[in-house]
Each structure stands twice: as C-alpha cells, then as structure tokens.
Design a protein around this ligand. Sequence first.
Ligand code: NAP
Length: 458
Amino acid sequence: MAIATINPTTGETVRTFPELSESEIERKVGLAHERWRTYRDTGFDERAEWMRAGADLLEQEADAAARLMTTEMGKTLAAARGEALKCVRGMRYYADNAAEFLADEPLADPAAVGASHALSRYRPLGPVLAVMPWNFPMWQVMRFAAPALMAGNVGLLKHASNVPQCALYLEDVFRRGGFPEGCFQTLLISSGRVEAILRDPRVVAATLTGSEPAGRSVAAICGDEVKHTVLELGGSDPFVVMPSADLDRAAATAVDARVQNNGQSCIAAKRFIVHSDVYDAFTDRFVAGMRALTVGDPFDPATDVGPLATERGRAGVEELVDEAVTRGAKVLCGGRRPPGPGWFYPPTVITGITRDMRIFTEEVFGPVAALFRAADIEEALEIANATAFGLGSNAWTRDEAEQDRFISDLDAGQVFINGKTVSYPDLPFGGVKRSGYGRELSAHGIREFCNLKTVWIG
Ligand code: NAP
C-alpha cells in the first residue's frame, strides 16, 4: 500500500510520501537504542514536564490536528477535535500519575524471605515498536506513547499507510514538547518492512492495534523472538436491551454507539440483541434514529456520518451486507451506497441474520447494525457470546440482578451497563478471545512495557 494522504471524501490523492530506505531505518533504530541508554535514567518530573508541554501544544493546535485527521481518514471535524483533546487528557493523566503508578512496591515483611529489604521496582524495557491503525489516528498512538515515554521507554511508530501526516505531526509534538531526539520516531514504512524491525535485537517489544491477521503476524514473529507483545484487535461488541431499560436513552445511545467514527471503531456496538418484550418498541426508535442521520462532508458541522476511510474498507462492508441479503437477511434501512465520489456508506440496520452468514461471524467495520431478538437473558447472553471476539460489551437494564449477570457472564474485556463502551485514560482497556491480550490505559497500561524487577537485599 502506498504511503499517502488520500481524502476519503473525494477519493483524491492529496500527498504521497516515499518510504524510508534501509539505511534510514537503520539510523532511526540505532538512534532509538542509543537514546534509550540515557533517557531511561531521566526522572519522572523531567519527563512529565516534556509531556505537559506537548499536551499544551496539542491543545493549542487542536483545530489544525483535527483537520489533518478529517482529511486523512474522514471522521467528522467535531469528532477529530474531540480526539485531539482526548490525547491532551491522556498525556496529562500519565504526566500526573506515572510516578505513583511505577513507585517501588516494598514487601511488608522482608524477614519472611530472609532479607533486610525486599521490593519490586518497575524499570523501562527499551525501544518499543508500535504498529497502529488509522481509525483513531492520534488517540491510538497516544495511549501507547504517553505511558511508554513516561515509563522511560522510547517509541518507534509504524502508523497505517493512509495517515502519514498524523504520524509525522505526533512525532513533532513530542519533539517540540522537549523530549530528546530519538525518544519518539515515526517510521514511514509499509507493513512488509515490520518483520525486520521486530527481529532487530535493539527493539525489545511491540504493540499492535489493528486487525486480527496483522496481530497474528506480529505476535508470531515476536513469539519466535521471545519479545513481549500487547495486541488490541477487532471487536464485534454486543449491545443488549432488556425490558426494564430506558428505551429512549438506549435507542439514542445505540445509534451513537454504532455510527461513532463513521462506524469504524473497534468498540462500536455492532450486534444489537433485544428482548422480545421490547423488540418492536426499540427497533422503531433505533431505525428512526439511524434514518435521521445526515451523511456527508465531514468538514460540514451538520454532518453526523462521514465517508469510510478507504475504498477497500467500503468494499468489505458492502460484501458482508450483500452476502447476508442474498442469504435472506432483511434490510430495515440503508444497505446501498450512494452515488457520487467519496467512500460513503449509509447507516444500515439488518435483521434475519443466521449463523451461516459472514456478517454473523466477522467484524463489520462500517455503520451497519445487526439486530437480533432474544427470548430471555439466557438467550441474550448466548447470542452476545457467540463470537470469536471479546473486546467491549454493553447491556441495558435497570434490574440489579440482571446487571450482575451481564457483568459476570459477558465474555469481554469491558462491560458498560446503561451506556456505551468508551476508552478513558483512567480505565484499563483491552480484550479477550480474538480481540487480543494485554491492557492499555490506567495503571495497568503503563506497567505493560516495564521490567518488574524483584529486589532482595540481605
Ligand atoms: P490493519 O489492516 O490490521 O492495520 C493496522 C496496522 O497494522 C497498520 O499500521 C498496518 O499497516 C499494519 N499491518 C497490516 N498488516 C500487517 C502485517 N502483516 N504485519 C505488520 N503490520 C501490519 O487494520 P486497520 O484496517 O488499519 O484497522 C482496523 C482494525 O483495527 C479493525 O479490526 C479494528 O477493530 C481494529 N482496532 C482495534 C482497536 C483496539 O483497541 N482493540 C482499536 C482500533 C482499531 P498498513 O496500513 O501499511 O497496511
């Protein structure tokens, strides 16, 4: 895939970038390694000062950063601005909390292990390669970079090939914030060049956010090299609605949860599982809400849903919908691409889905909702868990016993009751099953790329 900014609203190639040569990659990996040898011994206060200065810059430049994101991948300008400010929040969160999260943990009774003192100390690992997706082109990077840099690691970013300007901008923000040269570098390379970097002994670990095949490939190489990985992969999150739910709020949230980021979020609700008693009432509200959305130019403030980010992405969504329809599924709204330029696809609701359809088993990365009816909580849980993924999950009920069932029995890394799944710097984020492993964000996220060193002093 060429490294290029291609505006998904028009299909026009705005700017292309040459890939790094072998010697440029060698120079950057060498610089990361050399930098880490001194950077690892900087103090939390110094790192926090650079991180806060970077956050201030990004806050001041949020409008320009938002325009870059909207141009490169088509999210609405308001959503892009929100993403820039979320990065600012994440940067300040780790600047404020890293020292506490990584403080020494002394053993209360060192005599029990025959020591005068015993403790655990978090030490940084070294240069970490981050392979990142285009859908949240700044936030996905920041939730790796802010904790990794605050922990004393250095970062190498291989961003998705369609968001090179976002990647270069983030490198620039860290540099202008004051981080020494080499602490955070963008590598403009295609995915075929990743393996050699993963196998380089100077690169000690990797994190990948993206699709399952990409995750499998990176994890297999790192497994072969015995290097730590964190994988944040796809999702097909359930959104269960039970009879006691506030249906107006549930339906409005369901619309938002499905079409956020033009339907291209790993934690978008994708499968809506509704109790029979409220199925018709919920469906009427939900379909009306999806129909009412304005699809169009993401720079226009009146737009709710912009284009899909890539032509290939739209073709993938169309294939899943068309296959389901051919096998007998029913389209309640949307389902057909509009004429004209740009990679638009309308908000769509589908029912009558059977388990032999690809739409049942695969992640739909576009504004398409799959709607299911459940007779009771057992059937709702069965459908919700009948997926290879396990990232986020949502359940709507005011019954506390039911809430507890969903919290315990939904197979997912996250359960949101009477709301939609959202990532916050303060809460751990990650999945189970084929959605990946490891955790980002919160105290757990910053500890992923640390050596938890056991210290025993006689
Ligand atoms: P993708 O095709 O897997 O690409 C993600 C990144 O991996 C890109 O930088 C891509 O580079 C690179 N890549 C692709 N194949 C690779 C390989 N074999 N070896 C090494 N690197 C490889 O995914 P995407 O289409 O950009 O993003 C959508 C996917 O990401 C969805 O499945 C979504 O659910 C998931 N996602 C998950 C989370 C989460 O936190 N769990 C968050 C956001 C998105 P190129 O662009 O150069 O191909």
